[in-house]
Design a binder for this molecule. Structure first.
Ligand code: SF4
Length: 257
C-alpha cells in the first residue's frame, strides 16, 4: 500500500529509516545555520511563499544547496507526486494542500523535524497538552465506535490494532489528551483552547502538508507544537476513497521520550 503522493514506510514500521535520515539532514544543515529558529523561518518562507523563497534562492548559496540536497535524499519518498499533480482537475488546482509540489514536500519534511527540535522543550513544559490525530487513521474502519467529546472525537478503544488506539495509549502515558481530528476549522478550535488553557501545547499526527499547516497555525497562536507525519497520505481527500493510513509509533515515543 502506497500513499497518494508520498510514502515514508510500510505498516511494519520501516519508516524509521526515513526519520533517521531526516534527523541526519537536519544535523548537517544546522552546521550551516547554527540557530534552529533561523533555519525554521527560512524553511517556512520557502514552503509557503514561493516568490520570496525564489528571491532567497537567488541570493543564498546555502539555500540553493539545501534545496538540491534535500531532493537528492528525499525524492525516493515522493515518487508518486508528479503523477498526482498531472491528474488534478481544474477545481482541485485551487487547493493549497493537494497541489503541494514535490520540492515543497522535501522542505516540509525538514521543517517538521526542525520545528520539533525548536518546540519540544516548550511543549513538554506546557501545563495542558493535547493531541489531534488524523481522522483517516480510523475512517476505513466502518465499525469505529469513536464519539464526539468536549472539543473533538474521542476513541472508544474498540480495536486493539487501530493506530488511534495505539497512539492514544502512548499519548496518555505522557499526560497528553488524545483526540481524533474531525473539525476543519482549527483556528477557532485552537483559539478557544488557548483561552481556556493559556499554557497549551499541541501535538499533531497528520499527512505532511496538513501537519505543516497546523504547526504554522499553532506558531501564530503562540502554542508550542510538535508533530509526527503519517507514513502515507491515503484519506478520501487524496484518493477519492478512504484507504488505510498509519504512522510510526516508535517515532512518537522518540519525540515524547
Ligand atoms: S480503536 Fe478507536 S478510533 Fe479505532 S476504530 Fe475503535 S473507536 Fe475508532
Amino acid at each position: 500500500m502506497r500513499g497518494k503522493t508520498y510514502t515514508l514506510g510500510d505498516l511494519s514500521g520501516s519508516s524509521i529509516e526515513y526519520f533517521r535520515l531526516i534527523r541526519n539532514i537536519a544535523d548537517r544543515y544546522l552546521e550551516k545555520y547554527p540557530d534552529e529558529n533561523t533555519l525554521l523561518i527560512l524553511l517556512r518562507d520557502g514552503g509557503s511563499r514561493r516568490s520570496l523563497f525564489q528571491r532567497f534562492f537567488g541570493s543564498d548559496n546555502n539555500l540553493k544547496d539545501l534545496s538540491r540536497s534535500l531532493s537528492e535524499y528525499l525524492s525516493k519518498y515522493t515518487t508518486d507526486t508528479a503523477k498526482h499533480l498531472s491528474d488534478l482537475s481544474v477545481t482541485d488546482r485551487f487547493d493549497s494542500i493537494i497541489t503541494t509540489k514535490e520540492k515543497e514536500y522535501h522542505l516540509n519534511m525538514l521543517e517538521i523535524e526542525v520545528a520539533n527540535r525548536v518546540n519540544r522543550g516548550p511543549f513538554r513544559e506546557s501545563e495542558y497538552k493535547m493531541a489531534l490525530m488524523a481522522h483517516c487513521l480510523r475512517d476505513f474502519r466502518d465499525y469505529c465506535q469513536s464519539e464526539p467529546g468536549d472539543i473533538e472525537y474521542l476513541c472508544k478503544h474498540c480495536e486493539k490494532e487501530c493506530f488511534v488506539h495505539l497512539g492514544s495509549m502512548i499519548l496518555e502515558k505522557y499526560s497528553i489528551k488524545p483526540y481524533i481530528s474531525a473539525t476543519m476549522d482549527h483556528k477557532t478550535l485552537f483559539t478557544g483552547l488557548k483561552k481556556q488553557h493559556p499554557s497549551l501545547g499541541a501535538l499533531g499526527i497528520a499527512c505532511i502538508p496538513q501537519l505543516v499547516q497546523g504547526m504554522r497555525l499553532c506558531d501564530k497562536l503562540d502554542i508550542p507544537s510538535v508533530g509526527v507525519p503519517l507514513d502515507v497520505n491515503r484519506c478520501a481527500m487524496w484518493l477519492g476513497w478512504t484507504g488505510e493510513a498509519w504512522f510510526n509509533l516508535e517515532e512518537l515515543e522518540y519525540l515524547l521520550g
